[in-house]
Design a protein around this ligand. Structure first.
Ligand code: HXC
Length: 548
């Protein structure tokens, strides 16, 4: 305030002195605080705000096995790199006595820091402040860091621990969620977005994590659902506990919403950091490369004996994955959901790759609705962030069944065709054993513009399995031969010789090479290296229409 204005407060223009009101005295005192007093005042206010909802509420948080909002950020970021934003933000609600309430930081801590040296933006909801509920200003703070993450091309992490929309703020709270959702969508495919569910995340609040790329959820405290047990009981009459409905087990195994189930906050932060280590900061960067440029590929003789002699005997495809990646270090994603497919991130010669595989150990590795969704979404994530795709195939086909048909296996399976066909990152496929029918095509075949397809000698590429096929192709001949087991076996062998091998595909250049299993890492290393500078252009369009 200028000195002229100050004078006007105390003197009429005729120069007569006024009696000072209390307001003016206060004003006078504030204006004439010493610098030291101002700093002290700021320190006190800051200290109070940094304590969030206070010691008692923080004790409760700890008793429930949860870290505080700030403790979580401290655990996430490299030491001394965190810069907080908008600590002094205040809500503007004047309903239900809210004008009397000071909500520290409006219930959320936001800012920027470094994780393993890489810049990351984050928001951490503070349950000790009005239950971490989302009001207008709370949402504005989150939106601001989201926008900055987008502008700076850095990943964004939201740690959810909240009672949902702040009831006292009505439509302003709903609008806040709408603004967050909008930004989640704008950021999608531009910067990686990770949600940690470390407390309640109920109602519409659950849609923000669902719009992000990965959800990490704690077993001890994370609860994720659209409507809680009470509402469900009133509407449908079903009785269920909050944990059984929205706990990490249910939301990973049944719904597939959760990508990583962790014990507690400490593990959540560790998984989050590990996940980020495989990802570029934005869609304009190449996937991380921590190698020294050297290709290392000693043969692994164990792979030569991995496939059982009988095509009906299962094996664990993770043995193949672990054998070909660096240091057997595989970050499996959605382990609990649709385990007949395996997806995850790894490195080959230091470079990040996305791995997709059928799992013969579960439902013979068949593709069904859930595994199709799981694979298609992951393929799109890898493509968006320039992570090459390595696909291992051992698939007997798409799952037959009335429920699968009624559930839309056609639409869901088509997602895989769509995702792989539109992916322009390097794509390398290895056919291990079965590759039947539409599922052969859907698992990144040459016809979907896979860059390199190799097959093991054990590969069987055909329209369907030999046993089913001979019943159709040789029906008359089998009948004539008296429908004996021996006749069937002979025709099966004839069919297998003709079709159930990799050489048919290799002869038609649909399989680029038939390789010894033990040399798979060498094949992948050379193929990925040769595709390093791959560029593929697509027809111009606003956007395609993936079968949702
Ligand atoms: C305002 C809230 C709040 C909310 C919790 N609090 N949720 N304040 N709005 N939504 C406050 C409480 O009043 C309390 O304040 C403090 O947070 C801690 O809450 P407690 O109930 O004491 O904690 P706890 O026993 O652990 O229970 C946690 C809880 C429960 C299960 C989350 O608070 C709860 O059911 N809250 C309401 C959840 C809800 O229905 N939200 C709306 C969802 S609908 P004090 O001052 O006592 O510490 C929604 C729509 C969004 O979100 C739509 C977007 C599209």
């Amino acid at each position: 305030m200028s000195s002229e204005l100050l004078c006007n407060c105390f003197f009429h223009s005729d120069g007569n002195c006024l009696v000072m009101s209390n307001r003016f005295i206060l004003f006078f005192l504030v204006v004439f605080m010493t610098t030291q007093e101002k700093i002290e005042e700021m320190r006190e206010l800051k200290q109070r705000l940094l304590e969030g909802g206070g010691k008692k509420r923080m004790e409760k948080q700890h008793q429930e096995g949860k870290m505080g909002a700030r403790e979580r950020l401290e655990g996430l970021f490299d030491a001394d790199t965190f810069q907080e934003l908008n600590l002094f933000a205040k809500h503007r609600c004047h309903s239900f006595g809210m004008e009397e309430k000071e909500l520290a930081g409006d219930g959320v801590v936001t800012g920027i820091g470094c994780i393993d040296g890489k810049q990351v933006f984050a928001a951490s909801q503070d349950f000790t402040v009005a239950g971490g509920s989302v009001g207008e200003v709370h949402a504005t703070k989150i939106c601001e860091v989201m926008e900055m993450a987008l502008r700076c091309g850095s990943p964004f992490i939201l740690i959810n621990d909240s009672g949902g929309a702040r009831i006292q703020e009505g439509i302003d709270a709903l609008s806040g969620y709408g603004r967050i959702f909008y930004r989640n969508v704008q950021m999608s495919g531009v910067v990686p977005q990770i949600s940690i569910i470390a407390g309640p995340c109920a109602g519409g609040a659950a849609y923000s994590p669902a719009l992000t790329d990965f959800i990490i959820m704690t077993q001890n405290a994370g609860r994720l659902f659209i409507t809680g047990p009470q509402v469900i009981k009133e509407v449908t009459g079903e009785e269920i506990s909050a944990e059984a409905l929205g706990g990490a087990y249910a939301q990973s195994t049944y719904s597939g919403n959760v990508h990583f189930v962790v014990k507690d906050d400490v593990e959540a932060l560790a998984v989050c950091k590990k996940l980020l280590s495989f990802l570029p900061s934005n869609n304009m960067e190449d996937a991380p490369d921590i190698g020294n440029g050297e290709l290392v590929f000693a043969p692994d003789p164990a792979l030569n004996t991995l496939i059982p002699d009988s095509p009906r005997t299962p094996y664990d495809v993770k043995d193949v994955i672990l054998s070909v990646i660096d240091n057997r270090d595989f970050l499996e994603i959605q382990r609990e959901f649709a385990p007949n497919a395996v997806i995850g991130l790894a490195r080959i010669n230091g470079k990040s790759v996305g791995i997709v595989a059928n799992q013969p150990n579960c439902k013979a590795g068949v593709l069904d609705i859930d595994s199709s969704d799981k694979i298609a979404r992951f393929v799109r994530f890898c493509n968006a962030f320039n992570i090459p795709l390595v696909t291992f195939v051992d698939v007997p086909g798409f799952m037959p069944g009335v429920q699968q048909e009624y559930g839309g296996i056609i639409r869901h399976g088509a997602k895989m065709l769509y995702a792989y066909s539109s992916a322009t990152v390097p794509k390398v496929t290895v056919i291990l054993r079965k590759a039947y029918g539409g599922a052969y095509l859907a698992m990144c075949s040459k016809d979907l513009h896979c860059d390199r397809v190799a097959a093991w000698p054990t590969a069987e590429v055909a329209v369907m399995g030999a046993e089913g096929a001979v019943g159709i192709v040789y029906r008359d001949e089998i009948k004539k031969a008296g429908d004996t087991k021996q006749a069937r076996t002979e025709f099966i062998e004839k069919y297998e010789k003709e079709f159930s091998n990799p050489f048919c595909g290799a002869a038609r250049t649909l399989i680029d090479d038939v390789i010894e299993p033990q040399d798979t890492r060498k094949y992948l290393s050379l193929a990925l290296e040769s595709l390093r500078n791959k560029r593929e252009t697509c027809p111009q369009k606003k956007h395609g229409l993936i079968p949702l």
